[in-house]
Design a protein around this ligand. Structure first.
Ligand code: SF4
Ligand code: SF4
Length: 402
């Protein structure tokens, strides 16, 4: 298909983001996928008051290493792409921008997580007063890396504590970014204290969306679901991340049935879309096939049950923070455990490296302890995992993969 025809086809196929739009399966790049006319439209849900009709799978791009993969996902019907300033130290935003370059701007949705400076992951609060001007400048850096005049979402990551979500400076910066047209919508991303964050965000009237950890391993599902309902009633759209709970059961590489665990997520109608950290065309194809039929097969039900009752603790840290007060050396264990999950679950050494750097730990963090005081509520052998992942600190950056 010639370029002009191709562009015309894309224009006709993908309706703008503010309308009742669906990005259907269109052109397919890569040999692993069927031709576009073999793909039925992807099922969609509405993302809260944004009105965006999004396919049930969106793209968390941290593991996307080339522009072609971004383009293939777009052409397969994926509509929403989420990056972060800290993915590949900004390179990931460049890859996403390049992959979507020259496409009709109203045919895709781009969001990025912009963390504030001076944020203490351990407490979920600011270690120095939040600076709205500096934050806005940081978000503008993302626009320039994407090569876009505006993004669709600026997300405030690691949101948990009410005082942080409702911080005057943060709300001011978010409102300003919208007002100046730098972003269409704003939101939070939350791994911990998510119920608190959701309720605060709903109350603010400023945040339009929330991207939250949501998977079959989460322990407080009922409480979380109730906070999600509060946010949805306030008009917010909810996106699920960490939906496979770290992908693998353990370091050996065995994993639960991914279709079953993702279908479990989408059983909650309040989750508008799964932000999947896809790394291959095969995974993309599998995910898109999965969302076309959410009814679980008997086998998937069995596999889901097996996964839910699996005695193996898995790679997903609940980020409950129960360990923090137990460690006499004040290690930021939840952040270290996230790093462990990125390394062994998502196979993303760069993301693991950056998480570890945020934890600011010594080279051999547990060497001064005779025995470990920490009794992890998920049953993790915390000391073993910390000792293992701490080795990543010594790896020169140029050896990292993303
Ligand atoms: S107690 Fe366990 S599950 Fe909870 S944050 Fe610490 S390591 Fe993670
Ligand atoms: S062994 Fe490590 S995690 Fe356990 S208490 Fe000591 S420093 Fe903390």
């Amino acid at each position: 298909m010639k370029n002009n025809n191709r562009r015309e086809f894309l224009k006709k196929s993908i309706i703008g983001i503010s309308g009742a739009a669906l990005a259907p399966g269109t052109l397919i790049a890569g040999p692993a996928l069927p031709p576009f006319n073999a793909l039925p439209q992807l099922p969609v849900r509405t993302l809260g008051r944004t009105g965006i009709k999004t396919p049930l799978i969106s793209f968390g791009t941290s593991g996307a290493l080339d522009t072609g993969f971004i383009r293939s996902a777009y052409e397969a019907g994926v509509k929403m792409f989420f990056s972060a300033t800290y993915y590949g130290e900004g390179n990931n935003e460049k890859i996403v921008g390049e992959g979507l370059k020259a496409l009709p701007r109203d045919s895709f949705v781009v969001g990025t997580a912009v963390p504030p400076d001076g944020f203490d992951n351990r407490t979920g609060t600011f270690s120095k007063p939040f600076n709205p001007e500096a934050y806005i400048k940081k978000a503008e850096g993302s626009l320039s890396r994407f090569g876009l005049d505006y993004v669709d979402f600026v997300l405030f990551p690691y949101a948990g504590k009410r005082s942080t979500v409702l911080d005057d400076g943060v709300l001011k910066a978010m409102a300003q970014l919208k007002k100046e047209g730098k972003t269409r919508y704003v939101g939070i991303a939350s791994h911990s204290d998510t119920e608190e964050a959701l309720k605060a965000a709903a109350e603010s009237g400023i945040y339009d969306v929330a991207m939250i950890s949501y998977n079959y391993k989460i322990k407080n599902t009922e409480v979380l679901n109730s906070a999600i309902s509060v946010a949805v009633k306030a008009g917010m759209g909810i996106l699920g991340m960490k939906t496979t709970a770290g992908v693998y059961r353990d370091r050996s590489g065995s994993q639960p049935n991914s279709d079953a665990v993702l279908k479990w997520v989408l059983q909650n109608q309040n989750i508008a879309s799964i932000v999947s950290g896809m790394t291959s065309l095969e995974q993309l194809q599998k995910n898109l096939a999965m969302i076309r039929n959410l009814k679980m097969t008997d086998q998937e039900l069995k596999d889901l049950n097996l996964a839910m009752t699996d005695p193996e603790t898995g790679l997903y840290c609940q980020q409950c923070g129960d360990c923090l007060s137990q460690c006499p050396h004040n290690l930021d264990i939840p952040t270290i455990m996230r790093s462990y999950m990125y390394a062994y679950g998502y196979k993303n050494s760069t993301q693991a490296y950056h998480n570890l750097a945020n934890a600011r730990i010594p080279e051999r963090p547990c060497d001064n302890c005779g025995s470990c005081n920490v009794n992890c509520s998920s049953g993790f052998d915390v000391r073993k995992k910390i000792t293992d992942i701490a080795r990543l600190q010594a790896v020169p950056k140029e050896f990292l993969t993303a």
